[in-house]
Ligand binder design. Structure first.
Ligand code: SF4
Length: 439
């Protein structure tokens, strides 16, 4: 079969990433003043990754002998293909549905994949697509002969596959050659996966467990390092960004992975996103020896009551600070992620969060806006308060519900302030230069 993986994006002057927020996607619209504008333009230039589930699907289909291409636009692709697979997201939902409607008029076969369509299939079905519910790469692994599929509204499937059963993602020809990961150095990088699933209590507002589940599943250490070695030899990639929601949930598995990497002397670097509670001194040293360059950690708020009311799985501020300093002593870069606009936030608590971010003074900080995502348990509580007119407004950088004390304008204004107050400091510049030289 001739298949097009269609990954439509709306046209905006900042980076759209469907790979983030559990596959719902975000639009990095950091704010409206000089510093956030500069940051969002820079990020747009240096990062462009399709979501892993789409690229895994592409590999599985190619391995079964299909001719598969990837495109962000339908232009010049109207007539050629037997099957169109549309990559869903909240952040480009209406644009994706427009594309589906155009294809439907031509009587094309259309499958829609991804976590957002899995949790919210209605709009895609109304537009004319058939939605695969669940992890699409496993669906394609199960159905070698796509003619067997009955194109009904939703396609539900059960599978017994493991992450190790997947082929390596088909990055060749998808990642533009000039896109690198400047934020963590000048090296070309690739996303990679070790684990899916997260068991922590913040699942009430987080979308990762919706599709990946709350029970962690991981690839074998050997399989992960085989892939790293493959990309190093094939594309000369020396930097890998792990896309696990929480890296190292299983310490034993992480130590096995590090030992495998160290024993093969591949001399590569990697970046992880994890929880500070997981990192102890033994693990930090082991990860560093294996090549850990940077860690992304969710700090969320500087106010403990705000975190508690949001059921955030967290550690006390003292412990947070000492872990961050320990990572820095080991020359590991840190990117701290904060959220403003929690339901219990107000101007004063947001200012406290900014002050706390400045105190931590990590190499990078990212601020976004609390969002009750459709499909998550918390959405039900906020359903009647939603003010967003369409799904694309759920970009994680705008207020989408009627907040008790903060207006959408105030939130945008405070978002710009977070970036300006954080990055517009000589102390940050000093830290950035110092850490970048040693990490
Ligand atoms: S730790 Fe919380 S926010 Fe992070 S992936 Fe797990 S449930 Fe989501």
């Amino acid at each position: 079969m001739k298949i097009l993986i269609l990954d439509p994006e709306r046209k905006v002057p900042y980076r759209i990433s469907k790979d983030t927020s559990g596959g719902y996607g975000t639009g990095n619209d950091f704010g409206d003043t000089f510093i956030p504008k500069f940051l969002k333009k820079t990020l747009r230039l240096v990062h462009d990754w399709p979501p892993l589930f789409a690229i895994y699907s592409m590999s599985v289909l190619k391995n079964y002998g299909h001719k598969v291409n990837y495109s962000k636009t339908l232009d010049n692709h109207f007539e050629e293909y037997d099957l169109y697979i549309v990559v869903s997201s909240i952040v480009c939902c209406e644009t994706e549905c427009e594309n589906i409607k155009k294809l439907k008029k031509l009587n094309k076969k259309i499958l829609v994949i991804g976590p957002f369509a899995t949790s919210n299939p209605k709009k895609y079905i109304e537009a004319g697509g058939s939605v695969i519910l669940g992890e699409p790469e496993f669906f394609f692994l199960k159905y070698k002969n796509l003619n067997e599929i009955e194109f009904s509204e939703t396609v539900i499937f059960n599978h017994e596959f493991k992450l190790d059963d997947l082929p390596y993602p088909d990055w060749k020809g998808v990642i533009k050659k000039n896109k690198t990961s400047l934020l963590f150095g000048m090296e070309k990088s690739l996303p990679i996966l070790a684990t899916r699933g997260c068991p922590y209590s913040c699942f009430k507002y987080c979308v990762y467990p919706l599709q990946q589940g709350r029970k962690p599943r991981h690839r074998s250490a050997r399989n992960i390092v085989d892939e790293i070695e493959y990309w190093k030899n094939k594309l000369n990639i020396r930097m890998f960004i792990f896309r696990d929601p929480v890296f190292s949930i299983n310490k034993k598995h992480t130590i096995e992975f590090c030992n495998e990497l160290i024993s093969r002397k591949l001399n590569i670097r990697f970046v992880i996103e994890t929880h500070l509670r997981i990192l102890d001194s033994e693990l930090i040293k082991k990860l560093k020896n294996a090549g850990l360059k940077a860690v992304k950690v969710g700090v969320e708020s500087g106010v403990e009551e705000v975190l508690k009311s949001a059921s955030r799985f967290t550690v006390k501020k003292d412990e947070q600070l000492s872990k961050i300093r320990e990572l820095e002593k080991n020359n590991i870069l840190i990117s701290a992620m904060f959220i403003i606009g929690f339901p219990t936030d107000n101007e004063d608590s947001i200012m406290k969060t900014i002050e706390y971010a400045k105190k931590l003074n990590t190499t990078f900080s990212q601020f976004s806006v609390w969002t009750p995502y459709p499909g998550t348990p918390v959405y039900k509580e906020f359903e009647n308060k939603i003010t967003a007119k369409n799904f694309e407004q759920f970009d994680q950088y705008h207020l989408v519900f009627s907040h008790d004390v903060l207006s959408p304008e105030k939130i945008r204004n405070m978002l710009s302030k977070t970036y300006t107050m954080y990055y517009g400091r000589i102390n940050w510049l000093f830290k950035f230069v110092k850490n970048s030289l040693v990490a």
